[in-house]
Design a protein around this ligand. Structure first.
Ligand code: SAM
Length: 337
């Protein structure tokens, strides 16, 4: 992977965003969405560009023509775009629940998905119902396609700016995906998928009327969005499909968790809970873990032993290798059919 090209593309994106910000008074992420649309629409400034000065149109057009996209592979482009997303999250002060999933976590989720799906699978349908900027889904997508698996990919989000960034993220890499701008906790027009992967929004879901139809809704007051998302995702999985979710480490510790446990037990098998290294999070409260569930039906069966693991510090290579061996052993003894 060429770090130089990654930084060069980021720097060109950044220059164009700053120019658009100056001309239009938009936020960084709005500027990134506008410049991204220009690039994927044939590397030209949008027709309604009378909002921009002639000089700006000239600078942008020349900059778009010189972008090194053709020389870069998907992962390089994703990483450049991710640097721009990171800068945007910082300068626009994006709230925690809307922040992009960092690569380190995306790689671990992708690794787990590769481990649990059938070794001889050639094609899968993959969904992220809270796709955000698409960084997590794109990391998983690229990792699966590298393994020669054909991936049909869908994303949902109720934030239109993030959704447009997700579209650009994939289109810059020359990839197609189906996106829906919708509250993912309402009825979805979606064929069942093999895998749901998601960094779930955490906290209360404000629309009690929608929450009511879920088994995980609260009897009084608002329900937890992340509980409802897990239930909704299981509903749209194929039989024996997997849900791989980034969740708060204390998921099963709140008083509302009884209904969540009951719902999972009736619809799926809880196959694993892996705790991410605490160094990745600012506080004990904000710590996250990975929940692995498998929908009942088909060849699915409860693992003899649930995969409970503490993921080591990513920088410690020996401990990481040990962890991967632990997952491999668990797979051989519990998942392999
Ligand atoms: N994985 C994403 C990425 O890499 O950018 C980040 C996901 S972010 C932690 C959670 C996302 O959930 C946000 O993009 C937010 O807009 C979305 N969200 C929150 N409530 C939602 C709802 N009811 N329906 C759909 N999306 C929702």
């Amino acid at each position: 992977m060429s770090q130089k090209e990654i930084e060069r593309l980021f720097s060109e994106l950044d220059t164009s965003v700053q120019l658009l910000q100056k001309e239009l008074g938009v936020s960084y992420l709005e500027g990134l969405s506008e410049t991204g649309e220009n690039i994927v629409d044939g590397r030209k400034v949008a027709q309604d560009s009378d909002r921009l000065s002639d000089q700006a149109v000239k600078v942008l057009t020349s900059l778009y023509q010189k972008l090194p996209l053709n020389k870069m592979d998907s992962e390089e482009i994703r990483k450049s775009f991710q640097l721009a997303l990171l800068k945007g999250a910082k300068s626009d002060q994006v709230q925690a629940n809307h922040q992009m999933t960092p690569d380190a976590i995306g790689f671990i989720l992708a690794y787990l998905i590769e481990k649990v799906i059938d070794a001889d699978i050639k094609k899968i349908r993959l969904l992220d119902p809270a796709i955000g900027t698409g960084n997590l889904l794109s990391t998983v997508y690229n990792s699966l396609t590298l393994k020669k698996i054909e991936v049909e990919v869908e994303g949902i989000d109720n934030d239109d700016l993030l959704l447009s960034l997700a579209l650009i993220n994939f289109e810059l890499q020359g990839q197609k995906l189906k996106l829906t701008h919708q509250d993912a906790l309402t009825d979805l027009l979606l064929d069942p998928v093999d895998v749901v992967v998601s960094d779930l929004p955490v906290g209360f879901y404000p629309i009690d009327e929608n929450a009511k139809r879920f088994k995980t809704s609260s009897n009084e007051g608002h329900s937890y969005a992340h509980h409802l998302f897990i239930e909704q995702s299981i509903y749209y999985l194929k039989d024996s499909g997997y849900g791989v979710f980034l969740v708060p480490t204390q998921l099963f510790e709140s008083k509302e968790s009884a209904a969540l446990t009951k719902m999972i037990q009736s619809e799926a098998f809880l196959q694993g809970m892996l705790h991410l290294p605490k160094e990745l999070f600012k506080s004990e409260q904000s710590r996250k873990s990975i929940l692995l569930v498998q929908k009942k039906g088909g060849k699915a069966k409860q693992a003899k032993q649930v995969l409970l693991a503490q993921i080591p510090d990513f920088k410690n290579q020996t401990s990481m290798q040990h962890f991967m061996q632990e997952v491999e052993n668990w797979k051989q003894e519990n998942i392999k059919i």
